[in-house]
Design a protein. Structure first.
Length: 265
C-alpha cells in the first residue's frame, strides 16, 4: 500500500467569514493536490474562525449545511479529501465539530469535540459523547479528535485499540502551551503507535495568540513535517508499511495488562 500524502494547512483564515475561508481552503486544496496529496487537514473551527464570540451561534450550521456542500464541491474539483472544523448546529445544541469529506464529495465522518477547553468553549458549545470516530481513506484507517482531546492519553489509546492508523487533530493551540505541539503530540504518536496530524491556527485572534507549530508525527516519535509560526502548507507522508514495522518493534498494545488499570475508570 503506497503512503498517504497528507497536507497540513496552518492558517487562521478570515475569522467571521465562512465564504472567505472556503476560498482559502479551495486554494490550499489546489496546491496540496498539485503536490500529490490525497488529504488536506485544516485547523479547529476553520470554517468560521475560533474567537468569534456570540457569532458562533449565528454561524453554526448543520452537518450537511452550505459549508459542507462547498467543501464537497472543492474536494471533487481537486480530487482530494478535506478535513475541516466548524460549529455544528443540531437542534438547540451547538457542537465544536470536525468533518472529513472524501475526494468524491462524500461525507466520511464527523466528530464532536468531547473535552471542551476553558470558559470560552464551555459557554458556546455542548460536549460530544462519542469517543472514537473513524473512516477509511486509501486503505488507511483515520481517526478524529479535536485539540484538547489529544492531551488526554486515554483518548489516543482508545483510538489505538480501535485500530486507528492516522489520527487527525485540528487545533487552536494558544500561548503559553507550545510544548503540546513540540512534545506531547510526538509522544502520543509513539506511545500509541500511530501517525498524528496536528494542525493549528496561527497569530492573534481576539484574546488569543495561536502558536502555529503544526506537525505530522510518526509512530517512532519523530516529526515528519513541521510548520513554523506563520501561515503555511506543509506536506508529509503516512507510510502504512513503516507503521506495521514500528508496531511490531514497539508492542505497547500487546504488552498492556488491562486488569491492572481498573482504577483509571
Amino acid at each position: 500500500m503506497p503512503p498517504l500524502r497528507t497536507a497540513l494547512l496552518q492558517s487562521s483564515g478570515r475569522p467571521g467569514s465562512p465564504d472567505e475561508n472556503i476560498k482559502v481552503l479551495d486554494e490550499a486544496a489546489g496546491r496540496a493536490a498539485a503536490a500529490g496529496a490525497r488529504l488536506l487537514v485544516a485547523p479547529e473551527l476553520f470554517l468560521t474562525g475560533y474567537a468569534v464570540g456570540d457569532a458562533v451561534a449565528e454561524l453554526a450550521e448543520p452537518a450537511d449545511g452550505p459549508g459542507a456542500q462547498a467543501v464537497a464541491d472543492l474536494c471533487v474539483r481537486h480530487g482530494i479529501a478535506v478535513h475541516y472544523g466548524y460549529p455544528e448546529r443540531a437542534g438547540a445544541a451547538v457542537f465544536n465539530t470536525a468533518q472529513l469529506i472524501g475526494p468524491d464529495g462524500t461525507t466520511l465522518a464527523g466528530y464532536r469535540k468531547t473535552h471542551l477547553f476553558g470558559p470560552f468553549e464551555r459557554e458556546w458549545f455542548t460536549p460530544g459523547e462519542q469517543a472514537v470516530v473513524q473512516a477509511e481513506l486509501d486503505g488507511v484507517r483515520i481517526g478524529l479528535l479535536i485539540c484538547y482531546d489529544v492531551e488526554f492519553p486515554e483518548n489516543v489509546r482508545a483510538h489505538a485499540l480501535a485500530g486507528t492508523d492516522l489520527l487527525l487533530v485540528p487545533t487552536a493551540l494558544m500561548h503559553p502551551f507550545p510544548f503540546v505541539a513540540e512534545s506531547v503530540v510526538p509522544v502520543r504518536a509513539f506511545e500509541s503507535q500511530m501517525y498524528i496530524a496536528y494542525v493549528n491556527r496561527t497569530g492573534p485572534e481576539g484574546e488569543f495568540e495561536f502558536t502555529g507549530l503544526s506537525c505530522l508525527a510518526g509512530p517512532d516519535g519523530t516529526v515528519r513535517a513541521r510548520a513554523g509560526r506563520g501561515e503555511e502548507l506543509v506536506i508529509g507522508e503516512v507510510d502504512p508499511e513503516f507503521l506495521t514495522g514500528s508496531r511490531a518493534a514497539n508492542p505497547y498494545l500487546a504488552d498492556r495488562r488491562p486488569g491492572m488499570y481498573g482504577s483509571l475508570t
